[in-house]
Design a protein around this ligand. Structure first.
Ligand SMILES: Cc1cc2nc3c(=O)[nH]c(=O)nc-3n(C[C@H](O)[C@H](O)[C@H](O)COP(=O)(O)OP(=O)(O)OC[C@H]3O[C@@H](n4cnc5c(N)ncnc54)[C@H](O)[C@@H]3O)c2cc1C
Length: 393
């Protein structure tokens, strides 16, 4: 099932057909052949082969400008593709468009990359030859991101980096981390800089002691012990890292939404099929009004989420400021999609609580979205600030 949008982004239909064809005829059969399950530790070479294949097909980094090998998609168009890959049921879906370890992690930082950085990091990431992660959070510094302590001290034409980054997505298969470091401890958030740090540099150690509830091998902690990197790895001007990262936060928050929607859509589809299939008291459970009402609430919430996200993406595409609306989307979509997953588990009965059944996995995966990229409470803070400022007394 796919709810029609009131104003579907144009010019993307052929790409969606090709993408679905790849997912259904290539990626899903490959996963089946290899017997993959959600919690497997996938070999790097397998992940890289998916990146390169998707690059060859034009999906990997498809949102990038044409000059960088993408198709310069609008955000609204990208939202539809992200929804499609997440709804497909493919386990490796976050690798198809370049979300995990791919060009999406670089985001708008690409605008600040020097030609040397483009050659050493950006192009290899876009080509699927190198994986990249974004490392801001530290054990004592989460929502209060400006309180990071990882220190980068200048030593001639190098930075020497010491610190600990926590729960960094895609670090387990990345080659380089965009690492947020304090370069001037006296300057608050204006003393934070973004630096490319190769993860094979002497002094870098990875630890996967913190395993998320999805049990997936994606997030790890990164320890830096006097790691020397050339000063030419600094992204943008020194002290501008926090501003550069925050500049893209609204779009990042918005772009998590179609993934949640796609996963919730998958859970709804499973629920409808199961409700038709499962027989109790002499017939399918879909004839019980209690089940019908859950499905009605799920479909209604999904429709609201989808329309809200597409409307916000269209506003951003028109160049409008979306800080408040992006936080509204992240808040609403993460909470509604988790409720959808919860109802999916309920409809599936014991099947729904069985470890690694798709709806059980989606339930765990969607729960995490109320924390990552800014918790629901932080989104409410942003929404309240925006709304109150618009109607200042
Ligand atoms: C699976 C996963 C992947 C992640 N990937 C990355 C990544 O790739 N890169 C990266 O840098 N980080 C990453 N993170 C970190 C993530 O961004 C943080 O977990 C998130 O910002 C929240 O910080 P925290 O967990 O330290 O919670 P805290 O900030 O300690 O918050 C704890 C509680 O207090 C509340 N709270 C805090 N401040 C306020 C406030 N001002 N007002 C109201 N309530 C408040 C929070 O909402 C929450 O309920 C990841 C985390 C997870 C779990």
């Amino acid at each position: 099932m796919h709810m029609p949008s009131t104003s579907p982004p144009a010019g993307i239909d052929a790409t969606r057909v090709a993408l679905r064809q790849y997912l259904q005829e290539e990626l899903l059969p490959l996963e089946k052949r290899l017997g993959l399950s959600y919690e497997d530790k996938f070999p790097r070479e397998l992940i890289r082969s998916v990146w390169r294949r998707c690059r060859a097909l034009g999906f990997y980094g498809i949102h990038l400008p044409k000059a960088l090998g993408g198709q310069g998609l609008s955000l609204a168009q990208l939202c539809l593709l992200k929804d499609d890959v997440a709804a497909s049921g493919a386990i490796l879906f976050p690798h198809v468009l370049g979300d995990w370890g791919g060009p999406s992690r670089i985001g708008s930082l690409v605008r600040y990359a020097t030609p040397d950085q483009v050659a050493r990091f950006v192009t290899p990431v876009i080509e699927g030859d190198m994986g990249i992660c974004f490392a801001m959070t530290e054990p004592h510094s989460g929502s209060d991101a400006a309180s990071i302590r990882t220190r980068a001290e200048r030593d001639g034409d190098h930075f020497v980096i010491t610190g600990h980054k926590h729960y960094i997505t895609a670090s387990t298969f990345s080659d380089v981390a965009i690492t947020m470091c304090v370069t001037d401890p006296e300057a608050g958030d204006k003393g934070i800089s973004a630096i490319f740090v190769p993860l094979d540099a002497p002094g870098v150690r990875m630890s996967d002691d913190c395993v998320p509830m999805t049990q997936q091998d994606v997030d790890a902690d990164i320890f830096f012990d006097r790691v020397r990197v050339p000063a030419t790895n600094l992204i943008g001007p020194e002290g501008e890292g926090f501003r550069i990262a925050m500049d893209r936060i609204s779009v990042n928050r918005l772009l998590h939404c179609p993934t949640m929607i796609g996963l919730a859509r998958q859970a709804l589809n499973h629920s409808i099929a199961y409700a038709h299939r499962r027989q109790q008291f002499g017939g399918p459970i879909s004839r019980f009004q209690a089940i019908q009402h859950m499905i009605a609430d799920m479909a209604t919430a999904l429709y609201a989420c989808e329309q809200m996200v597409l409307a916000t993406a269209a506003r951003a595409d028109r160049g409008e400021e979306i800080r408040t609306e992006a936080s509204m989307c992240k808040l609403f979509v993460s909470e509604r999609c988790f409720e959808i997953a919860d109802k999916a588990v309920q409809i599936h009965g014991n099947v729904g609580v069985t470890h690694n059944h798709p709806v059980e996995f989606i339930f765990r995966r969607l729960r995490m979205y109320r924390i990552v990229t800014g918790t629901s409470e932080i989104q409410r803070n942003t929404v309240a600030k925006g709304v109150l400022a618009r109607q200042a007394a």
